[in-house]
Write a new protein. Structure first.
Length: 249
């Protein structure tokens, strides 16, 4: 997941119960969910404490980077003990604003949007999918996970009525910018974009881009490189001819 564009200069339309320090680097923020996922796995395994080295290994980062990231949140651990797993889960969750419900709207219920709308894991993480929208008349009125798909013309009214904080865009690329503009005009200040297009947003609006084809192309590069190295490794060695007086021996 990569940044599409980040606006600056305005506070979110709905403040979190506990805000992280304003100077936490974006790179650190992007790693906090990774640490949280690793901590949840440790808690499920019955671990009560974890060293910075073990947590870093579980998260796939260096221990020095992890300690620096957590220090931005004011969490330093205890020498010889490490971090209390439950306490750190709570600390990171509060910093990410996960101690409250965040109303979400999804625009575009094609194949990908339909899967997102039907996913039950968002609710467990504090995100409620409060409204679904599409332009296709064959989709409008469909029930997905208990939600009726509305026509996109109702978007502005629903955003205001439900107090939507986050908009998810899963439309085809040509429609994404217009949908984004409508979300922003209605008051949405956080957008998750699955459409393969770079969105333009005003200052104060945060956009995160999920480009599946981009990630697959990166994996393709690594697979291609490994295949190339394998071919080199398996290629028979051809000895150069021995020369004697300028004539092959």
């Amino acid at each position: 997941m990569t940044d599409d564009r980040r606006g600056t200069g305005a506070t979110p339309s709905r403040p979190a119960a506990v805000r992280p320090r304003a100077d936490v680097p974006d790179a650190t923020v992007s790693r906090l969910p990774v640490y949280l996922r690793a901590l949840h796995a440790l808690a499920e395994a019955g671990r009560t404490t974890v060293s910075s080295e073990a947590l870093a290994a579980a998260a796939g980062v260096g221990s020095a980077k992890l300690r620096k990231d957590l220090s931005h949140l004011g969490s330093y651990g205890t020498r010889g003990v490490g971090y209390e797993v439950r306490e750190l889960v709570s600390h990171i969750s509060r910093a990410l604003g996960l101690g409250q419900r965040w109303p979400v709207v999804l625009v575009g219920v094609g194949n990908l949007g339909h899967a997102l709308a039907g996913y039950g894991g968002f609710d467990d993480r504090g995100f409620s999918m409060d409204a679904l929208f599409d332009l296709d008349p064959t989709r409008v009125g469909e029930l997905i996970n208990g939600q009726r798909v509305r026509h996109v013309d109702e978007l502005d009214e629903a955003v205001r009525a439900f107090g939507i904080c986050i908009g998810v865009i899963a439309t085809p690329a040509p429609a994404a910018q217009e949908v984004c503009d409508r979300l922003v005009a209605a008051g949405v200040r956080s957008v998750l974009n699955f459409a393969p297009v770079l969105l333009q947003v005003p200052a104060g609006v945060d956009v995160r881009k999920v480009d599946l084809s981009h990630e697959l192309q990166i994996l393709s590069f690594h697979s291609h490189r490994r295949a190339g190295l394998s071919l080199v490794d398996e290629a028979p060695r051809v000895d150069e001819p021995q020369l004697s007086g300028g004539v092959p021996a």
